[in-house]
Design a protein around this ligand. Structure first.
Ligand code: SF4
Length: 913
């Protein structure tokens, strides 16, 4: 057991730190030219859902000379345990300390993760500031949307990759490892090497630039490159973002990581396009990822199907900033949905604009599974939606709601913002009115659908209200953010007038205010972040962790007024992010900003004025505002037309396998019973995690599993008696139903092929329908416990202690259940314990009763024997014994005095442990 394994039982979710997931890649570092730690400054569940991680992990690991491994921010409980044990932060793949990689690349998605970056650097023993690092430290690189306005964290990074990383990041890795040894010998070698990196398009090295205070607004502005060293050219200024012109040059990965535990987006996410030209004026992403680049329908369909095969997922999300704006979206969706239906897999849509919700799209997305869908009107009135350039109308909203609920969908979530420019009370009332509209239309659609009254679940309408933050590079970047008090008041206004039947979730206002400050801050904020971190700031984006008092004190300690960074600004103001060139001109943003105050809607570019998704008429002009990107609209037109024609000509999307006639009931399916192991690190996986892992393994092996009925069908599976977290098992049992008879000898190796190490199917046998369910099949479990040396090695002494336990008639243990102390007698569940020496270690066998009458924890038995909790013991469930099967016996429910059968609230008799 390594040092990290020893602390895992002490943390809330050990599965976050295990690694070894299906499709994770382990390489020998000694054979690599470069090693890269992909650092994600948030928890596993969020980081693993991130598309950028999936893309770069696959892209870098495709290379034979690069190893890319993952490191996520440890939750505070894990941070505490790592510090107590004196352990560094380690990668998931090889448990290499993060500080030993050549390069650490942080994905920067959210300003409120800044303090976590410092936690990760600290636990990796990497100096916080670039000026304090030498060649002994990894190169610390940042990328992602937040890197476009990076000044608040500029001092913590050696460089940033601004824009698309597919081309720039590998070039940076290559140049760094090529020059590192040579430059390490030179005076000022690190500074000179960073200067070389700055020549890669999209790479920004903050230490190579001068800053000065702008007297007009009081911001610390980046004014130009510092004096170059002799023989050097000044660093490029401004710093242009990197753009991948054709996404086809970087095919989307199909063999993606499959997490053990449930993550936020636990499915295949297929990027169908990058960029968005809808022009929402509050949106930063719509500017920094321009222009729209679409993946071909063929690539999308083929990669999606391949990804299902390679992961075992049964759900796909088509992902883009605005999915419905994909140029042949309805046709693509239809083909994808057709292909997936044969595999009982479903398709969902990320970031769907309301005009994408039609009778056809709700039908296609609901073919296999119907859950909920999300609409983001953002503003309650048409005037406000025109101000923010959200191109949707009341009619669009009504049509979408009716279409979704008529098609049998049950849940809808509405996203709105408070604090938008020019907002009035009427706009807040508009939010409430739109909720009422949705409730009314949903109920009408449901009643038109008919159905038995009382059998349907009520319509579920969720409302999310967030605070508008004027983000850099959005058209509203100059607008002042509402004060915290005003935003709270606006949220209260909505909350207190909410119609019945609507469930509200509100974004935490103090968090949004600090997010605004960090988003628009200058380089001086680095000291504020560092102060806050030293005083306890961690996971600031999580309301339960966020400490506003610490941030207030941090600003006061550094003598900075947070309001300076969220105030309203004239368009001539010099901004802390002006030195980053997104390729979209400031003139365009100013014009668009001014249009907002004339309530002027500007239609999306790259499309005809009429707003059709696809230009049917070649003479129809496409909208362009000459934003700076110089799109070749003729080329865009002909490419999209060609792709659409190809899609329409294809008879149907590739069929995965012949359609199978599904039996109507369990009785007609083929039932199989399997034995499998859960050894090593998978012992920290929960019952649900194991269930998901096995289901995906069976799907990867193309086992046609019987699914439950209803809106969210699930494989019909059952497991043997539950196993506690942290305990290994040499023999677990699971049963499933297949729609077809299986050649189990052929299927078994397929199922085992990509399972995490430690989980292995040992057998797969047909199981009679009449056979009992697994929960009643077994009545005893045989546990083994291998004691650590610290418990002594005197076998006779141990035998005496075990015999004393065996002779006792009652051993009461206390357990807190839902705040109440429950007492249970171990002797009702435990048979004769035995101890022996096995391979120089003391080895106990503990027979325990299992089943509906309850069971005992082997750790409690050990504590009862030795009088203390045994640390470092290795416990394993060796076998489950069927009722009537010979083997060690345990008390049965019938053999126990009836007074003592059930746990009691409190007893004072018997020996307690
Ligand atoms: S150049 Fe024209 S078409 Fe291209 S992104 Fe800018 S406004 Fe849109």
């Amino acid at each position: 057991m390594d040092a990290l394994d020893r602390i895992l039982p002490k943390v809330e979710k050990p599965s976050r730190y295990l690694g070894g997931e299906t499709n994770s890649i382990v390489k020998d570092h000694a054979q690599m030219r470069a090693t890269v730690a992909f650092g994600f400054p948030d928890v596993y569940e969020i980081g693993m859902s991130h598309l950028g991680l999936r893309i770069l992990y696959s892209l870098l690991n495709e290379r034979e000379d690069v190893a890319c491994e993952r490191v996520f921010a440890p939750w505070p409980d894990m941070e505490r345990e790592l510090r107590q044990a004196g352990l560094p932060l380690q990668s998931l793949e090889t448990r290499t300390p993060m500080g030993e990689f050549d390069i650490v690349g942080f994905s920067l998605q959210y300003e409120m993760t800044y303090s976590n970056i410092l936690t990760m650097l600290d636990l990796a023993d990497i100096p916080f500031r670039t000026e304090h690092r030498s060649f002994a430290s990894p190169l610390v690189v940042g990328g992602g949307p937040v890197a476009f306005a990076p000044e608040p964290i500029a001092d913590f990074f050696d460089c940033f990759v601004i824009g698309d990383a597919e081309e720039a990041f590998p070039r940076l890795i290559d140049l760094y490892v090529e020059l590192r040894d040579e430059y390490a010998k030179r005076p000022q070698g690190r500074r000179a090497l960073l200067r070389r990196l700055a020549d890669i398009p999209g790479v920004y090295v903050p230490s190579l630039y001068r800053t000065e205070i702008d007297p007009e607004q009081g911001y610390l502005i980046v004014t130009g490159p510092v004096e170059p060293l002799p023989g050097e050219e000044p660093a490029p200024f401004p710093i242009k973002r990197a753009v991948v012109e054709d996404l086809a040059d970087y095919p989307f990965p199909s063999k993606i990581l499959v997490p053990h535990s449930e993550i936020v987006h636990d499915r295949v996410s297929m990027e169908i396009a990058r960029g968005c030209t809808e022009g929402c004026r509050f949106c930063q992403a719509g500017i920094i990822y321009r222009p729209v680049r679409e993946r071909s329908p063929r690539e999308i369909i083929e990669t999606t199907l391949k990804s299902l095969d390679e992961t075992g997922y049964n759900e796909v999300t088509l992902s883009a900033l605005s999915v419905a704006d994909y140029s042949c979206f309805p046709d693509l969706l239809e083909k994808v949905a057709e292909s997936l239906e044969t595999r009982k897999a479903s398709v969902s849509l990320g970031s769907l604009r309301v005009y994408g919700i039609t009778d056809k799209t709700t039908r296609d997305t609901g073919r296999v599974r119907k859950g909920g869908f999300t609409i983001a009107p953002e503003a309650g009135t048409q005037r406000m939606r025109d101000v923010i350039n959200k191109g949707i109308t009341q009619e669009d909203l009504e049509k979408a709601t009716t279409a979704a609920f008529s098609a049998g969908w049950e849940r809808i979530k509405l996203y709105f913002m408070c604090g938008l420019p020019t907002e009035t009370q009427e706009d807040l009332d508009g939010i409430l009115d739109r909720c009422k509209d949705v409730l009314r239309l949903a109920r009408q659609a449901r009643s038109r659908n008919g159905g038995e009254k009382g059998k349907r679940r009520p319509v579920q309408v969720g409302l999310s209200v967030s605070s508008f933050i004027p983000k850099p590079f959005s058209a509203f970047q100059w607008w002042g953010m509402d004060s915290e008090a005003l935003l709270e008041e606006k949220q209260r206004y909505v909350r207190t007038r909410l119609p019945r039947g609507v469930k509200l979730s509100r974004h935490h206002v103090p968090t949004s205010v600090i997010e605004g400050v960090l988003a628009r801050g200058d380089r001086r904020l680095g000291k504020v972040i560092e102060w806050a971190w030293h005083h306890g700031a961690r996971f600031d984006g999580w309301t339960e962790c966020f400490r506003r008092d610490v941030w207030d004190q941090a600003f006061a300690a550094e003598g900075l007024d947070p309001d300076l960074f969220i105030k309203g600004l004239p368009v001539e103001a010099k901004l802390p992010w002006d030195h980053i060139d997104t390729l979209v001109t400031k003139e365009f943003l100013v014009k668009d900003y001014l249009k907002a105050f004339k309530n002027k809607f500007a239609p999306a570019c790259e499309k005809p004025y009429k707003g059709f998704q696809f230009p049917e008429d070649k003479d129809e002009k496409l909208v362009c505002y000459s934003c700076g990107l110089e799109c070749d609209l003729k080329h865009i037109y002909s490419e999209r037309k060609r792709e659409r024609q190809l899609l329409m000509l294809s008879p149907s999307a590739p069929q995965a396998e012949p359609e199978v006639e599904e039996p109507v009931s369990v009785d007609k399916a083929h039932r199989y019973l399997c034995r499998f192991t859960k050894l090593g690190r998978p012992r920290f996986l929960s019952h649900l995690d194991v269930m998901r892992t096995l289901q995906r393994a069976l799907r990867r092996a193309k086992v046609p599993m019987l699914m439950s009925q209803g809106f969210s069908p699930k494989p019909v599976m059952a497991f043997g008696p539950a196993l506690a977290l942290g305990i290994e098992s040499a023999e677990e049992w699971v049963e499933f139903h297949s729609l077809e008879p299986l050649d189990t000898e052929q299927v078994l190796p397929e199922v085992n092929r990509d399972l995490p190490e430690g989980i292995r199917f040992l057998s797969m046998e047909p199981f009679e329908h009449a056979a009992a369910s697994l929960t009643v099949l077994f009545d005893r479990a045989l546990y083994s416990a291998t004691l650590p040396e610290s418990e002594g090695t005197d076998l006779q002494q141990h035998r005496r202690q075990v015999a004393a336990f065996n002779e006792r008639t009652s051993v009461l243990v206390e357990k807190i259940v839902k705040g109440k102390t429950r007492v249970r007698d171990l002797k009702h569940f435990v048979g004769q314990v035995e101890v022996q020496l096995k391979q120089d270690a003391l080895y106990l066998t503990i027979p325990v009763r299992v089943g509906s009458g309850g069971s005992a924890r082997p750790e409690d038995v050990l504590q009862a024997i030795y009088g203390h909790a045994v640390a470092g013991v290795s416990i394993r469930r060796e076998r489950l014994l069927q009722t009537g099967e010979p083997g060690p016996q345990t008390p049965t429910a019938d053999s126990i005095n009836t007074d003592m059968k059930e746990p009691v609230e409190s007893r004072n008799e018997g020996a307690r442990i």
